[in-house]
Design a protein around this ligand. Structure first.
Ligand SMILES: [Zn+2]
Ligand SMILES: [Zn+2]
Length: 350
């Protein structure tokens, strides 16, 4: 156990915050939050930029409080531990995802499904402030040791994008050779293709960009379909046991649902607007379901699975002091495939 100075409230954290809905991030200095008994303080070295950060800046979910410091794909080093922390010590390299704590007592937490915690709104890593900063304070039970040889920028992306696709793929993969269609070959999709291939699915990448074909096949897809090519989508009717939706753009939902076999399931990992006629849904006994992050056990499993199967996100590294430029790139859909910010705040200043 490392003794820490509890009188830390005068220590300042440097970060980037948006002060109001939709505004660019600005330098922001705040008092370091109190380290509770189960908490760890983590010095941030890397933080990925996720679409959810941009949604939250725009208060899309209606739960953002301002000033808001985004950032929930964090890798860094433990710099202080609370008195009840076990299994982590100062200097350990850890990853932290969207969820930085949970109530640990609701029915979902007690079942080990912490991502469904009834108090999920206050469980976000960005409460009170997130990873676009010099340090974050989270519950140590949501800080995951990173395999020694895994680069920090790789681990950062796995903490949110990785678990988001691994968790549903893992829970549906009981039958070997299940046919899956993965919609979107972007930040989430390119990881989903790699995980699905490693989990022995027969994988079809479905994308609106024909020029993604070569890369989709390299990521592990067995087949490729252009989503707005009507003839190809029609040829794929009744093809898939599962569809995993990871995209952001518009799609013809009825055409997509028609590619599912009877009793098939569409799993949403993002938050698309869906409009469709329910006739086929009922007549073919289809299911539309959602998947949110993953629990703590799955998070640890995902990290070792990714390490074992050499699953590596394609990352573009940018300095954290260029966070607004990075956000612009993601908004313009120019990130290939995921941007991770390395922390240069202390070196460069704000
Ligand atoms: Zn995310
Ligand atoms: Zn709970």
């Amino acid at each position: 156990m490392v003794e820490i100075n509890r009188n830390v409230s005068n220590i300042k954290v440097l970060g980037y915050a948006t002060k109001a809905v939709g505004q660019p991030l600005e330098p922001f200095t705040y008092k370091q939050p109190k380290i509770d008994t189960h908490d760890v303080l983590v010095s941030v070295t890397h933080c990925g930029l996720c679409h959810t950060d941009i949604h939250a800046i725009n208060n899309y979910y209606g739960i953002t409080t301002f000033p808001f410091v985004p950032g929930h794909e964090i890798v860094g080093y433990v710099s202080a531990v609370g008195s009840a922390v076990s299994g982590l010590k100062e200097g350990d390299r850890v990853g932290i995802g969207w969820q930085g704590r949970s109530c640990m007592k609701c029915e979902w937490c007690l079942q080990g499904e912490e991502q469904l915690c009834m108090d999920i709104v206050s469980s976000g890593t960005w409460v009170p402030y997130g990873g676009f900063s010099t340090s974050v304070c989270v519950d140590s039970r949501f800080a995951y040791p990173i395999p020694d040889t895994m680069p920090s920028e790789v681990a950062a992306v796995l903490m949110c994008a990785g678990i988001t696709v691994y968790s549903p793929l893992r829970s549906y993969s009981a039958q070997q050779g299940k046919k899956i269609g993965i919609i979107g070959v972007g930040g989430l999709g390119h990881l989903a293709l790699q995980f699905a291939h490693a989990l022995n699915y027969e994988v079809t990448a479905i994308s609106s960009s024909p020029d993604k074909k070569e890369q989709a096949l390299a990521f592990g897809a067995d087949h490729f379909i252009v989503s707005n090519n009507q003839a190809s989508m029609q040829r794929a009717m009744f093809s898939f046991d599962l569809l995993l939706f990871t995209a952001h753009g518009k799609i013809k939902w009825e055409v997509l649902l028609n590619t599912l076999k009877k009793n098939g399931e569409l799993i949403l990992t993002g938050f698309p607007d869906i409009v469709f006629n329910s006739t086929d849904l009922v007549a073919h006994q289809l299911t539309i379901t959602g998947s949110f992050l993953g629990n703590r056990v799955t998070m640890r499993e995902m990290l070792s699975f990714a390490q074992e199967h050499s699953i590596v996100p394609k990352v573009e590294l940018m300095p954290m002091t260029k966070v607004n430029e990075a956000i612009r790139k993601v908004k313009e859909n120019k990130a290939r495939y995921r941007i991770v910010l390395y922390n240069d705040i202390e070196k460069v200043g704000l």
